[in-house]
Write a protein that binds this ligand. Structure first.
Ligand code: HEC
Ligand code: HEC
Length: 476
């Protein structure tokens, strides 16, 4: 174990410096990466090592970046703010992730001449793991942009700058929407909506398109990817499944009959998974009724006692806590009000739901249909505090109503007033490796995520419930 850990450190540091030792040009399958709660593993379902030389890790544009600059195996194929800070320190802010096209707070009038200046220019990336996304307001939008108050410049009202977390480039076969705002799976952008009858062809086409956009955008590519490069990237990323595999206190997450870790996810793809599975609002194409029991990974731990002699008492406590967290996720009643895409669409001002109503896809936790929601994470008065973000004021062209937001979300794709602030519910696996959370990095920890829900929906979590839910989320 100890030797494995040292090797991991070497890889993490070596990978950051771009001087991976020859043996690490390929990452052994299921290589364990440490995080604060335990070890994260990625299983390549092609059952071969993860090739760190393939197109996903090549600088295919002009600024030195690869997909791997922002989608790192050790950070759940996203980035964590902690790891970005280490990368900054090791390279004095010169690693290719630090580029002014979208890594800095704005793309013009930015001083990057000294380490100090770079620390300032990249402060949202360093503190929150955020990338600047510039999106043009659709021609026929139902609203005008009245003003943009952006503390970093970039206050254009036609092309809006929003700041978002890289989504994990793993477990992709379960996606019902590509990107936070679904812009790579929407008719409006010439990409394909993901549906039961067209899946997975729709998803694969969307991901190929997404790779093209990522190279021309993030990597400032001057020549488009070849069809073969696109194909290789999509083949590579869709073969990956990732999950927490080991918890320092509970032990192996697939131990004593439990089903944590990446292997059970690999067994769960088609036909066990399909678009619309377990949808709570009648969207399941097979008509099976919704069950709030979305996760059952740790059910086996209900059967005590476990037989690991020397450490069993310590493990028992932690396993019991993870199991209680799973039960809370599956059953804790939450009264939701004012959620765009839910309360308004159903015309129900107040609804009693559970975590799984929105995170309905079994043992994965995203929404199994494309259902963008506004739970309030982008509101300027979000309980988590988002004053590090711009405030964008929009006015409805017909009713003259005013809305203020830090990210219009889906509305920048559809142009629809009712879509302001809506984003997708992301996959909830490999969380422990990729803080901060929410699309704008406003939750620095899983505790912050729960504090948000607690404040937003008046849930009244006890300290014990919060601890158990964190233990569970850390084990995903
Ligand atoms: C500079 C950082 C950066 C680079 C480089 C980058 N990405 Fe991303 N990626 C992001 C961000 C940020 C998002 C989310 C943006 C949004 O939703 O608005 C994202 C989203 C994605 C998603 C969507 C996942 C989902 O759940 O919807 C995929 C897939 C992806 N990237 C793959 C790639 C590939 C392939 C490459 C290389 C060709 C790449 N990325 C390069 C930052 C980056
Ligand atoms: C009303 C729908 C809804 C409910 C109920 C809900 N969520 Fe979410 N959840 C979302 C949406 C939408 C997002 C994405 C929000 C964003 O990033 O702006 C999200 C994001 C998250 C994230 C962050 C994931 C990431 O990668 O950043 C976690 C963790 C999470 N939810 C856990 C939970 C837990 C635990 C519960 C129950 C206590 C819960 N959610 C209840 C809709 C919901």
């Amino acid at each position: 174990m100890l030797r494995k850990m040292n090797y991991t450190l070497l890889l993490v540091i070596g990978g950051s410096l771009g001087i991976l030792p020859a043996m690490a040009q390929r990452l052994p399958n299921r290589f364990p990466f440490p995080n604060a709660a335990g070890l994260l593993e990625t299983y390549n379902t092609r059952n071969e090592p993860i090739d760190l030389n393939g197109p996903f890790f090549q600088a295919l544009g002009t600024n030195g970046r690869s997909c791997g600059s922002c989608h790192r195996p050790g950070q759940g194929w996203s980035i964590s703010a902690d790891e970005v800070r280490i990368r900054f320190d090791l390279t004095q802010g010169r690693d290719p992730i630090f580029r002014t096209n979208d890594g800095s707070t704005c793309d013009h009038d930015i001083d990057t001449s000294t380490v100090q200046a770079r620390r300032k220019a990249y402060r949202l990336l360093l503190k929150r793991g955020l990338i600047r996304i510039a999106l043009t307001v659709p021609d026929k939008a139902e609203f005008n942009v009245v003003s943009v108050v952006n503390p970093y410049g970039c206050d254009d009202t036609q092309t809006l700058s929003v700041y978002r977390r890289p989504l994990p480039a793993t477990n992709l076969r379960f996606l019902s929407t590509v990107m936070w705002d679904g812009r790579e799976s929407s008719a409006q952008t010439g990409t394909q909506k993901i549906t039961y009858s067209t899946n997975p062809g729709d998803l694969l086409a969307d991901l190929a398109h997404q790779a093209l956009d990522a190279v021309s955008g993030h990597a400032q590519g001057s020549t488009p990817l070849t069809a073969q490069q696109q194909q290789e990237i999509v083949d590579f990323e869709t073969a990956l499944v990732t999950a927490q595999a080991y918890d320092y206190r509970a032990g192996a997450l697939d131990g004593a009959g439990a089903a944590g870790g990446p292997m059970p996810i690999a067994r769960q793809t088609m036909p066990a998974f399909f678009i619309g599975i377990n949808d709570p609002l009648g969207g399941n194409p097979k008509g099976t009724p919704f069950t709030p029991v979305v996760f059952n990974l740790f059910d086996a731990w209900a059967n005590k006692p476990w037989v690991d002699r020397d450490t069993w008492e310590r493990r028992q406590d932690r396993r019991a806590s993870i199991l209680r967290g799973q039960t809370l996720f599956n059953s804790k009643p939450i009264t939701v009000t004012g959620v765009g895409g839910l309360n308004d669409d159903l015309n129900l001002p107040s609804m009693q739901v559970t975590c799984g109503t929105c995170h309905d896809s079994s043992n994965v936790g995203n929404h199994s249909l494309s259902v963008p929601l506004n739970i309030g994470v982008s509101d300027p008065d979000s309980p988590l505090g988002v004053n590090y973000l711009p405030v964008i004021t929009l006015q409805n062209k017909t009713t003259y109503e005013i809305k203020r937001t830090t990210d219009p979300g889906r509305a920048l794709i559809t142009g629809q007033w009712k879509d302001i602030g809506k984003v997708k519910g992301p996959i909830l696996r490999g969380l422990a490796s990729r803080a901060p959370y929410f699309h704008n990095g406003s939750a620095k920890s899983l505790g912050d995520v729960l504090d948000f829900y607690n404040a937003r929906f008046n849930i009244g979590f006890t300290a014990q419930e919060k601890e158990d839910l964190i233990a569970f989320l850390d084990a995903l």
